[in-house]
Design a protein around this ligand. Structure first.
Ligand SMILES: O=P(O)(O)OC[C@@H](O)[C@@H](O)c1c[nH]c2ccccc12
Length: 268
């Protein structure tokens, strides 16, 4: 189903005026079984879209929490086949939720662009996010995401010029991931809401595609404020931390808190 599953989900959310809750966890952290269980908990607790992290030794866009998750997952020997097994295992239980595989360009390149996309498709992955792949360089990978029916989701940042936003909009498949701050992933006390309001206005003037905002969001009130501005929020570090501590009940509570906060966002 691939890309269509994501398109369908985005449409369902839009029709009901709901904001997307996108949840990121690292595959294989703190160990394979716990991470499988953590993904399941997140899905059962209300995640609309799942980001599945594939560990890499040099995760330049990640802050301390997710860096540690990359390191630990690699240390215990998590491989692409393990990451993909998480997807195919959960797919039977959650047929409607888009699964986005998230990793850096290097691991994709090493496996081979075509092979990576074909393996992802076989394991019921629906899209890819490769944060260090700029829109200008995305054509090679796009050839294969298209061939294998995957959605390639590109990132925009608060410093992206209008010209770049146009380019990103043209090349991203179904959704844009707007990074809330320049910096790395990780929980933040304060988010630059005023600046983001301007970023979103600029984006909406240029691009009709839905946009989710991520980086720094960990609390219900933050999700609500960011959800007000966008089509959804991405939460990573706060969830990765709880999964890493094996606190699966708290993980469930956190996801439910985030999802119910998004329900207060005005319908669009
Ligand atoms: O961890 P945060 O601040 O909640 O942000 C989401 C983020 O973790 C997730 O989307 C992500 C994980 N690794 C990344 C690398 C680049 C961009 C985004 C990501």
């Amino acid at each position: 189903m691939g890309r269509e599953r994501l398109q369908r989900k985005l449409e369902t959310l839009k029709d009901s005026g709901e904001k997307a809750l996108v949840c990121y966890l690292m595959a294989g952290y703190p160990d394979y079984e716990t991470s499988l269980q953590a993904f399941r908990v997140v899905l059962k607790s209300g995640a609309d879209i799942l980001e599945i992290g594939y560990p890499f030794s040099d995760p330049v866009a990640d802050g301390p929490t997710i860096q540690m998750a990359h390191e630990e997952a690699l240390r215990i020997g998590i491989k692409l086949k393990d990451v993909l097994r998480i997807s195919s295992t959960l797919r039977e239980e959650f047929p409607e939720v888009p699964f986005i595989l998230m990793t850096y360009y290097n691991p994709v390149f090493k496996v081979g662009l075509e092979r990576f996309c074909s393996l992802a498709q076989e394991s019921d992955i629906d899209g890819l996010i490769v944060p260090d792949l700029p829109a200008e360089e995305s054509a090679d990978l796009k050839k294969y995401t298209q061939k294998y029916g995957l959605s390639l989701i590109l990132l925009a940042s608060p410093t992206s010029s209008e010209k770049r936003l146009r380019l990103i909009c043209e090349h991203t498949d179904d959704l844009t991931y707007l990074v809330s701050i320049t910096g790395t992933t990780g929980e933040r006390e304060e988010l630059p809401l005023e600046g983001l309001k301007r970023n979103i206005n600029t984006y909406r003037g240029i691009c009709q595609k839905p946009v989710v905002i991520g980086f720094g969001i960990s609390k219900g009130e933050q999700a609500r404020a960011i959800g007000d501005l966008s089509d959804g929020v991405v939460v990573g570090s706060a969830l990765v931390k709880l999964a890493g501590e094996r606190k699966l009940e708290e993980l469930s509570k956190k996801v439910r808190e985030l999802k119910s906060s998004l329900k207060f966002c005005p319908k669009v």
